[in-house]
Design a protein around this ligand. Sequence first.
Ligand code: SAM
Length: 374
Amino acid sequence: METRFSVPQGSFELTRPGVGPRSPLRAWDSADEYVLGELPEQVGLRRLILNDAYGALAVALAGEETISISDSFVALTTARSNLALNRRDEPTMGSSVQPMPENLDLVIIKVPRTLSLLEHQLHQIRVVCSPTTTIIGAGMTKNIHSSTVDLFERIIGSTTTSLAKKKARLIHPVFDPDLSPGDSPWPQEAELNVGPPHGEVRVSVQAGVFAGPKLDLGARVLLGALPSKAERVLDLGCGNGIIGTVLARQLGCHVTFLDESYLAIEAARSTFALQNLDSTADFVVGDAGAGLQSEQFDLVLNNPPFHESNAITDATAWRMFIEARRVLVAGGELRVVANRHLGYHVKLKRVFGNCETVSSTRKFVVLSCVAGGS
Ligand SMILES: C[S@@+](CC[C@H](N)C(=O)[O-])C[C@H]1O[C@@H](n2cnc3c(N)ncnc32)[C@H](O)[C@@H]1O
């Protein structure tokens, strides 16, 4: 892995979790290099960075007046370790569920994967910016579409884009004080039909959270193959909380909802509350289950992610399986849904020593492993 990040602000060492020395993946992209190379000199120092993936922007721009906000627990944690590695003062770090800071001179917004999160964030920054704030969007050309630029036009003001450089592009909106784009349309609620025997479930839909106002196909398959007994359950990578909520509704069990996305945890909290259940729940922002006490659940439910940042990888799924094994009591079960072609039963067998198929469709399998089994 290439680790030396050289930009006009300095030369830094940047690492990315779970990436081996021979991997082509790096902790930054050419949009980071592009935006740091083009920063206007005359802007003041109160800077907001949104959606920095592994801390490249925070490390380069570290200083008292820099604030870095992300929806990703993993991104914030990695940024902190890269700041420490480079002995840089830690900027103020915040999550996407905190209010946006005010009196900003500069906002750099790395274009997020989903348009809904971009839309929500542009509404949030519009409220705290003024015509004196320089706002720059940065992203890889493959993630910048006319719909992306339209959002900047509609919410911030007249927008131009730069020429592409190393497959990256910058977006330059000019703050228009006379625009009235209204409030952010997020969060919303949606009624999902999750199929028999569960029927309709009302869910909270937060900007950028997995599956949006729809039910993921894999989640649907797992919901059709839930166990009939459990008391202490972990919904690992819970997204909007649909899986744990349906189980709590059915069994009255205690569910801990865990995700690395702050907005996902907000969505799960609201989804659970919308059901008015008597059972209780915990809501945890964390990385794959690290930090949870060992041997405390009798069931872990998991529809694992297949990408980290913009890279397709099973590294997170692996870590989730290992953590699931650790947090289960002896005899407890991990139930996973996955695309059949991913061959996860091999990995699960390696972690648990056993793996059974509970149900399957043409595309998905639901796999079950027992902790302490053989
Ligand atoms: C395939 S989605 C499943 C969401 C939800 N359980 C469902 O079935 O609709 C995977 C979820 O894992 C979360 N995730 C990704 N990386 C994670 C990590 N390192 N730790 C915890 N959650 C993570 C994502 O934010 C996403 O919500």
